[in-house]
Design a protein around this ligand. Structure first.
Ligand code: TYM
Length: 325
């Protein structure tokens, strides 16, 4: 069983990334041969600063190990270190429709927020499809916001196979049961996101316990005082999901436990649960981040394994497409 997922070194990672990304990576690494990629090539599709990209790449690598990825078990690497990714993206562009890319809601959302809309922002899902397809991936652990991109990756893979012969395995997405879409704490009708929303709207992986408590205690709640999920209670519904992610308890059980107790105690308990999960991760992160030499070494090892694993697929793609080799 092959597992693949990618995460962008853009800005500080937050609790939504923990829920849909990090914690699922750690759980799935037990199920087979797992590859986790810091997708730095994706990060240049919006405005960015080269020095920040450099630091953010190391920050994210440290975070991947801090959450519990084991370098002996999982291959953790940086996308730009394995040139097959950029090559696969170009080749797959031949079987990706302009209209398909135009339908991507993330492109619509992100391009609205940019003054300069790069061509890379538009073709981004092809690069992502290549990431996944190069590894003959079975499972892709992701959050709900990447669902449309994963469906497109499957369509692109299927079209390649139909046109050039059976070459690429079509992967399946894995989404968390609770917390597949963590919402902004201040504007619970939009997802918690690196690029949008206020500072108080997102709990960051590296926030101090005091700041985590402050953010969760001032999260927007709804009219009424019942702790239960409902369409007209987006704030409380989100906090229940966050509690479920942090404590491992199903949302139903959380609702039952806080029946009749009001919002105040519930919010304080959510804050404690999140602090409990993030505190040891933060400590390991700071430790790992203080040794860039070791991080570079681990990433070089990961890149070597990723090169070896992706090479056969890239070679078959070139051959099936009729290139001379
Ligand atoms: P990225 O870097 O934006 O996010 C990393 C992971 O975090 C999940 N996520 C969330 N989950 C729940 N609630 C939220 N509010 C939330 N926000 C983010 C994302 O779903 C993701 O799983 N295009 C991808 C990176 C990528 C990739 C890939 C993923 C590139 N190649 C190949 C999988 C396979 C992205 O920008 O994720």
């Amino acid at each position: 069983m092959r597992i693949f997922s990618g995460i962008q070194p853009t800005g500080a990672k937050h609790f939504g990334n923990y829920s849909g990304g990090f914690r699922q990576y750690v759980a799935t690494q037990e199920q087979g041969e797992a590859f986790f990629c810091v997708v730095d090539l994706h990060s240049i599709t919006v405005d960015y600063k080269p020095q920040e990209l450099h630091e953010a790449t190391l920050d994210l690598a440290a975070m991947l190990f801090a959450v519990g990825l084991d370098p002996r078990r999982s291959t953790v690497f940086v996308q730009s270190h394995v040139s097959a990714h950029a090559e696969a993206a170009w080749l797959l562009g031949a079987v990706t429709g302009f209209g398909e890319l135009r339908r991507m809601t993330q492109f619509k959302d992100k391009s609205d927020a940019q003054e300069f809309v790069s061509a890379g922002l538009f073709t981004y899902p092809i690069l992502m499809a290549g990431d996944i397809l190069l590894y003959q991936t079975d499972l892709v652990p992701i959050g709900d916001d990447q669902r449309q991109h994963l469906e497109l990756a499957r369509d692109i893979g299927a079209r390649f196979n139909a046109r050039f012969g059976e070459t690429l395995k079509l992967p399946r997405g894995i989404y968390p049961e609770a917390g597949a879409r963590i919402m902004d704490l201040q504007e619970p009708d939009r997802k918690m996101s690196t690029s949008t929303g206020s500072e108080m709207g997102k709990v960051l992986m590296v926030d101090s316990p005091e700041l985590i408590k402050k953010k969760l205690m001032s999260a927007v709640t709804d009219i009424g005082r019942e702790v239960r999920r409902a369409g007209d209670k987006p704030g409380i519904s989100n906090l229940i999901e966050i509690m479920s992610v942090a404590s491992g308890e199903p949302p139903d059980a959380i609702e039952a436990r806080y029946d009749g107790s009001g919002y105040g105690r519930f919010k304080a308990d959510v804050a404690d649960a999140v602090v409990e999960v993030l505190t040891p991760i933060r400590a390991r992160y700071l430790d790992l981040r203080s040794d860039p030499g070791e991080l570079h070494r681990l990433l070089a090892e990961g890149a070597e394994k990723a090169r070896a694993a992706s090479h056969p697929t890239l070679t078959s793609m070139y051959e099936r497409m009729g290139f001379t080799r």
